[in-house]
Design a protein around this ligand. Structure first.
Ligand code: PMT
Length: 406
């Protein structure tokens, strides 16, 4: 990546209301330090938290705060401003602004500019954790993502209220890095990434199966992030109801043996394998041809062990970089490190699961472990974590070769 991917880029920074608005002042300074030309637009609510003069001093441009400011319109009309922008970044983006953007409502200067501009849009959400988790906000965010709007964060951790959870604005340096990653060179260009995602279903009879709570979100986020970082991505997915990320080749499977075959077929062609699937460790020894009937007695199912896909890949002589996951309910780090060693992986991403965490949630918290190293990724949405995981993988691959293909 060049040292200044944002150099000379004309960025329109939209600031919406919320206590995190004060961080937008430092963000303005950091964007300028990164070489960008920045103009700031405040929503009416943002002006209650930080004054326009602060942003004027930091950006070196007059600040716009309303659609009906005649003097400002005479200096640069809002349509001209929309054309001036090469990127639009809204930070902090409140639940209200996200909702208005999702529905194409243009009832103030900032939302009007977003509709009138062809510039790529990025939003850095900041709001109360329950507002972030609300189905309406999540649906609005999904709608924005489906229109290729980049969503940076939010981060987890303590909020202004005495609560803790996802909803915090990312730190200004993280937002600048996120924007640079979106618009800078793509670090995985030319690489082939294989991702496994979702659960496996092991049939008992034609109507019943043994499965697990994996929704596929983590693996699909990794596939999307890898494609966003320039990789050619093949995704092997267990039975899930998720749309295929743009630019990703998807192969659907049902059970562990099918997943193993699909993965093994791709391994010779891939540079990085990320095993995010929750593969069933066992399957019924026999699948009944017809629906099992009640007998009035206890039913004993004999289970056979499934192949360990990630361990089989890691045991190959010629192998890609192999990253596994560890889903644990207790002694998470110790168990994950032992899996890293036992399965011969290059990296393992440990997550605590159960009681609504890890599985089937929008966000997650990961501890990345590798031989002699560790990185803690704070609670964030799965796409943000996926980008960080891939950055760590790229950094480890760049180190002098172990056994994996370079
Ligand atoms: O899908 P989501 O709802 O988003 O949830 C995400 C997740 C919790 C499923 C994900 O983050 C995760 O932890 N995936 C791995 C789940 C798992 O099976 O963990 P494990 O500790 O049992 O397995 C360790 C590793 O071995 C994993 O990389 C797994 O893919 C692999 N494995 C396990 C068994 C097996 N037979 N073959 C394997 O390859």
């Amino acid at each position: 990546m060049t040292s200044q991917p944002l150099a000379n880029l004309r960025i329109l920074l939209g600031v919406s209301g919320g206590i995190a608005a004060y961080k937008a002042a430092e963000l303005t300074r950091r964007l300028r330090d990164a070489g960008a030309d920045v103009q700031v637009v405040l929503t009416a609510n943002a002006t209650r938290f930080v004054g326009p003069l602060t942003f004027q001093a930091l950006s070196g441009h007059p600040v716009r705060a309303g659609l009906w400011d005649e003097a400002a319109e005479a200096a640069m009309g809002h349509i001209e401003l929309a054309r001036w922008a090469q990127r639009i970044l809204i930070a902090p983006a409140s639940a209200d602004v996200i909702a208005r953007l999702a529905h194409g409502i243009a009832d103030d200067l900032l939302t009007t500019l977003c509709l009138a501009s062809a510039a790529p849009l990025a939003v850095a959400p900041a709001m109360n954790l329950r507002m972030w988790a609300h189905a309406a906000t999540q649906a609005n965010v999904a709608m924005l993502r489906s229109r290729d709007v980049a969503v940076l964060g939010p981060a987890g951790g303590p909020m202004a209220e005495p609560e803790s959870g996802p909803g915090r604005l990312l730190e200004p340096h993280q937002i600048v890095a996120g924007l640079a990653a979106l618009h800078g060179p793509k670090p995985l260009t030319g690489l082939r990434v294989l991702v496994s995602a979702g659960p496996t279903c092991e049939d008992i009879d034609p109507v019943r199966f043994i499965g697990n709570r994996s929704s596929g979100r983590m693996g699909f986020a990794i596939a999307r992030a890898a494609a966003e970082q320039g990789a050619a991505v093949h995704l092997v997915a267990g039975p899930v109801h998720l749309p295929t990320p743009a630019g990703v080749v998807r192969e659907d499977v049902r059970n562990a043996r099918q997943m193993r075959d699909a993965v093994m077929q791709q391994i010779p062609q891939c540079d990085i394998f990320v095993a995010a699937a929750a593969v069933g460790d066992y399957r019924p020894a026999e699948v009944a041809a017809h629906k099992l009937k009640k007998t009035g007695k206890a039913l004993v199912l004999e289970l056979t062990e499934n192949p360990d896909i990630v361990a089989e890949v890691a045991a190959r002589k010629k192998k890609p970089f192999v990253a596994g996951f560890a889903a644990e309910t207790e002694r998470v780090e110790a168990r994950a490190r032992s899996k890293l060693e036992r399965k011969g992986l290059d990296l393992i991403a440990a997550n605590r699961v159960g009681n609504g965490t890890g599985f089937d949630a929008e966000d997650n918290e990961l501890t990345l472990l590798w031989s002699g190293g560790k990185e803690q990724l704070q609670r964030a949405d799965k796409l943000a974590l996926a980008h960080r995981l891939l950055e760590r993988i790229a950094a480890l691959r760049a180190k002098p070769a172990k056994a994996h293909r370079q």
